[in-house]
Ligand binder design. Sequence first.
Ligand code: ADP
Ligand code: MG
Length: 374
Amino acid sequence: MDLNRKITVLPEEVASKIAAGEVVERPSSIVKELLENALDAGATDITIELRGGGKELIRIADNGAGIAPGEVPLAFERHATSKILTVDDLYDVRSFGFRGEALPSIAAVCRVEMTTRRRGDVSGTRIVVESGRILENEAAGCPEGTSISVSRIFDSLPARRKFLRQDATEQGHCLDIIVRVLLPHGAVRAKVLTGSKTLLEIPRTENLYERIVLLLGSDLRNHLVDLAQESPGVRLSGFVSRPDFTRSSTRNMFFYINGRYVRDVLLSQAVMSAYRNLLEPRKYPACALFIEVPPETIDVNVHPAKLEVRFRRPQDVRELIQRSLSVALAGVRPASQAAHTVADAGRSYAAGRTGVYEALRRYSLSAGIAAASP
Ligand code: ADP
Ligand code: MG
């Protein structure tokens, strides 16, 4: 490095590519952002098309609110959003998006073609943006809702393109994020296609249990324990797998904070500590846990892809998870002899822990944990 080099402000094009690099790591990051935009727009029907594992083309069509013609180019400007207005709004975010960064970031490193029409409008808009430049922007006939095609992915960032894996791997990442984002949204129907092949079809589902079984595997049926617990300022609900059901990776652990899918070490550790002694080493449970906290007690603006949040009182969340899970797990099988049931989950943590050890003894005596694993 030349130590005498002058400080210069980077050209907009370089700056926007750097910013895009944080949001758009791989095709699945694009899928996540577009899917969340569709949900924010109130979509109930979403079609996702992937080509080359999402490396060649990603197309997401929704039946959401659409964008007014005059606002379409704005949607591709950095920090342009319809979701927040003030810094205070940041601490009360109920939508997935709020930074106004996804569309400009994607369009900085790909080619984006969008058609969009608001419900009831006579016509819609078609816009094409590539490397941050608007190439076309015109009135167009199109269905209500929004359809976005992303192609030439990372063409202008060869270094990043090189880091992408085989089609099957990238497609796997895309499907994984689709399942994670859509799991809580029972009212949303979705279809994932590649060419003429349907990869995944998610119907509307009546309840969370059905959706979990549908998305995580029917072998989970009858192996889920439901939870609903509250402590001051934190509410926990969802399902965890019984200790006789295990998987060999943490991939089946799903966490949502105020409806937002997150990857959170704190939360997975809390869950694992409740299963401690119940599972063999390197075996993991499945869970879908929903944590609701007052929006002002978390900071959702700490991670570029918003995959992590910061809690003001992480200990409260951790304790509630450990306590509820320990008690709930202690209450499973054999049902007749259960020391505790989900209903008396209000007991103290210590009581719950004793129950866990009791349960452990029962398991190792009966079928055995390992034997029950798939
Ligand atoms: P953010 O979601 O953080 O607001 P984005 O760059 O993802 O930022 O989107 C910018 C704006 O474009 C959104 O605030 C929204 O108004 C609009 N938008 C994006 N995608 C859609 C969609 N599928 N349907 C309707 N409006 C959309
Ligand atoms: Mg967004």
